[in-house]
Ligand binder design. Structure first.
Ligand SMILES: [Zn+2]
Length: 259
């Protein structure tokens, strides 16, 4: 009897974890791909504007300014529509990015560039600093999980999905037949700067194994190697050690000990 109860507890825990892991299989799936007449979503949650201000923004090209004190301050404005509890979760997502990195989120006062966090439809962000006000959408309740929140802030800092890396085929197999037909483009590769860091299966920017699955079968499988059974894709709840290194490298900050 005890064993059965334990099993139930474990499976409940696992399914909760699974729901968290699969950022791109759950919350973001409900996102409409067209936000408005000029803005659409790439890879499921990266907002792209076709207006005159649009620019292709891969890593280095759209960085937030670095202060003379060595920190990268990202000003934010939080919609008053969020409850106290929701506000706390969003701040936890910020703390997860700040810990061990030079990024600091500060409440918006007068800064020209800032993120405007709003409960619009779906979870999405623009890529990198666009200049001026830029929306990060965190719909309640689906997007209000620390992992999803940190993931969207990572986009705002300039990072694309880990499996979009140009060299990803050395590390994962994309199972094209298992992907929803109209979401195939979410699995494109991009010429990104991987900052000389290793491919990171545990990155908060990695899709889950079942992202955009049309039939419950995996859509991304780690390439065969000795430990491939132990590899979990899209850990989802916190930045990995390499994610933090990515931030510090992209923004030319020192090592972890400096913060
Ligand atoms: Zn994303």
């Amino acid at each position: 009897m005890e064993q059965i109860i334990l099993l139930c507890l474990v499976s409940t825990f696992l399914s909760a974890v699974h729901a968290q892991v699969n950022i791109h299989g759950t919350a973001i799936l409900t996102t409409t791909r067209i936000i408005d007449g000029t803005t659409s979503l790439r890879e499921g949650d990266i907002a792209v504007s076709s207006g005159r201000r649009s620019k292709v923004c891969f890593a280095r090209s759209c960085l937030w300014n670095k202060s003379v004190d060595g920190h990268v301050y990202v000003a934010y404005r939080l919609s008053p529509d969020y409850s106290e509890m929701e506000t706390k979760l969003i701040k936890k997502g910020m703390e997860s990015v700040e810990k061990g990195t030079c990024v600091r989120f500060v409440p918006w006062t007068h800064q020209r560039d800032y993120v405007d966090i709003q409960p619009k439809s779906g979870c999405w962000s623009y890529l990198g600093a666009r200049g001026g006000r830029q929306t990060v959408s965190l719909q309640s309740p689906d997007c209000l999980r620390v992992g999803v929140i940190s993931h969207e802030f990572m986009h705002a800092l300039g990072f694309v999905h880990e499996q979009s890396r140009f060299d990803r085929d050395n590390y994962v197999t994309i199972m094209w037949p298992n992907i929803w037909r109209d979401r195939l483009r979410n699995f494109e590769k991009f010429k990104t700067d991987s900052l000389d860091l290793p491919y990171d299966y545990g990155s908060i920017m990695h899709f889950g194994m079942y992202a955009y699955s049309q039939d419950g079968q995996p859509t991304i499988i780690p390439k065969n190697n000795q430990n491939s059974k132990d590899i979990r894709l899209g850990k989802g709840s916190a930045l990995s050690r390499i994610d933090k290194m990515k931030i510090n490298k992209l923004y030319k900050c020192g090592g972890k000990d400096d913060y």
